[in-house]
Design a protein around this ligand. Structure first.
Ligand SMILES: *Cc1c(COP(=O)(O)O)cnc(C)c1O
Length: 421
């Protein structure tokens, strides 16, 4: 990293920006290059601290897997590998990716519409567990395990009614969805399993909620899962008495300037009582967003500032083709401004005065990218104290469902620089 004192952020800058100093340093270092900056910066130390804290809070008999669809960058997986119990793949592609990048860690495999070749590969490679999404999938697993003469451990993914416990932004179940089996298919599923000596039912899987910010609601959900499995154990004598319940992920990140994310510590404290009261069950989390979102920053250098029919637009180097999160979540994404500390280009007097005029103070502006679509908006109508061309817009909470959910090829702009600190 650059250590030149002249580009050290001032205290004032730091006060204004709750960004870690090393992120600011990094922006200045890469920003000093001639072409305007556009980058993802990942703070791997912060990621490691976060996952350590998360696992430290976990009650006994509780496992934590990372759902790699949130962010599968090999550097991220490498940091997490030392701290999680394994990784969750939600497609054949992710399964292959894990077998390439994390071959020595337990893999669990879920997701609707698994190809027969994916199932075949998972069974041949004897991965930890397969999450069964439908009766058809279960019968395919039955056929494959029989013809390969290999055992396979499965969880049945269930969709259940959760009444009014579910009110988070993105409900994955508790209403008709393409995910999992409903109770009416359970007896048939258990018949298939009972007639297949090579299929071992290890537990049930639930992932009914996303963006959960309420500890109370999430605890109710955990209790509900346990109660359902107990009921099924009562109804079906073939079910083993001790099972693992995969309780999914879906813990919420609060995309705001003073974020109040899901309170994991408080949740774990109260969860330990539920775990103690139910010694016949192990719990397993497969969490994505909550683990990686805070470690990522998306940085766009300001290319242009303009007025158009009475509104002010700030055009950054990049856009939703790199960072689709605000468009996908339909929110204004929080960002901070890091003032440019170096004058990059030698401009003629005329250009300089135009660029100067483009600076804005104490006004509302909409932050957009370089795409030729009015949907390329990262934050609308935001109050800006001071901003000029060449400054950096730094979007926080960009470490999950960000680069990898973006339509990167649209308009053929260069990809962002990827920096792992
Ligand atoms: C996406 C997904 C997860 C992870 O969800 P987060 O909201 O990122 O924690 C876990 N399990 C399943 C089945 C998923 O589809």
């Amino acid at each position: 990293m650059m250590t030149d004192a002249s580009i050290e952020p001032s205290i004032e800058t730091l006060d204004k920006h709750p960004l870690p100093p090393k992120i600011i340093d990094c922006i200045h270092e890469f920003g000093a290059q001639p072409s305007p900056l556009c980058a993802y910066i990942y703070d791997l130390n912060a990621l490691e601290e976060r996952i350590k804290t998360m696992t430290r809070c976990l009650p006994d008999r509780t496992e934590l897997f990372y759902a790699i669809k949130a962010n599968a960058e090999p550097e991220i997986l490498a940091v997490l590998a030392d701290h999680v119990d394994g990784f969750e793949a939600a497609s054949g592609g992710e399964l292959n990716w894990l077998q390439t990048h994390q071959p020595n860690n337990p893999i669990i495999f879920g997701g609707p519409g698994k190809l027969i070749e994916d199932l075949n590969q998972a069974i041949q490679q004897q991965i930890d567990t397969i999450h069964v999404e439908s009766l058809v999938e279960l019968s395919r697993i039955q056929t494959l395990s029989h013809s390969l003469q290999l055992p396979v451990r499965v969880f049945l993914r269930m969709n259940i009614n959760i009444g009014d416990i579910g009110s988070s932004k993105l409900v994955m179940g508790g209403k008709p969805t393409p995910f999992g089996l409903d109770e009416s298919s359970l007896s048939q599923a258990l018949d298939i399993i009972d007639s297949s000596p090579l299929i071992h039912l290890c537990g049930f899987h639930f992932h009914l909620m996303s963006h959960q910010l309420s500890v109370e609601r999430h605890l109710l959900l955990m209790q509900r899962y346990i109660d359902m499995v107990k009921k099924w154990q009562h109804d079906y004598s073939s079910l083993p008495s001790s099972l693992t319940i995969n309780v999914g992920g879906g813990l919420g990140i609060h995309y705001d300037y003073n974020p109040q994310h899901f309170d994991w510590e408080k949740f774990c404290q109260q969860l330990s009582m539920i775990v103690e009261a139910n010694p016949e069950f192990n719990l397993r989390f497969e969490i994505g967003r909550f683990i990686t979102a805070p470690c990522g920053y998306y940085v766009m250098e300001v290319l242009d500032i303009k007025q158009n029919l009475g509104e002010t637009f700030v055009i950054g180097h990049g856009g939703t083709h790199h960072f689709r999160t605000p468009a996908a979540q339909q929110h204004n994404h929080p960002f901070f401004i890091v003032p440019c500390s170096t004058i990059k280009t030698i401009e003629t007097e005329h250009q300089e005065s135009l660029t100067d005029k483009a600076a804005i103070t104490n006004t509302n502006a909409t932050i957009v990218g370089q795409l030729c679509t009015p949907k390329d908006v990262l934050a609308q109508n935001q109050w800006i104290e001071e901003l000029r061309i060449g400054d950096y817009l730094v979007f926080t909470l960009a470490g999950a469902y960000a680069w990898n959910i973006s339509h990167q090829n649209f308009l053929m702009h260069e990809p962002p620089k990827m920096v792992f600190l």
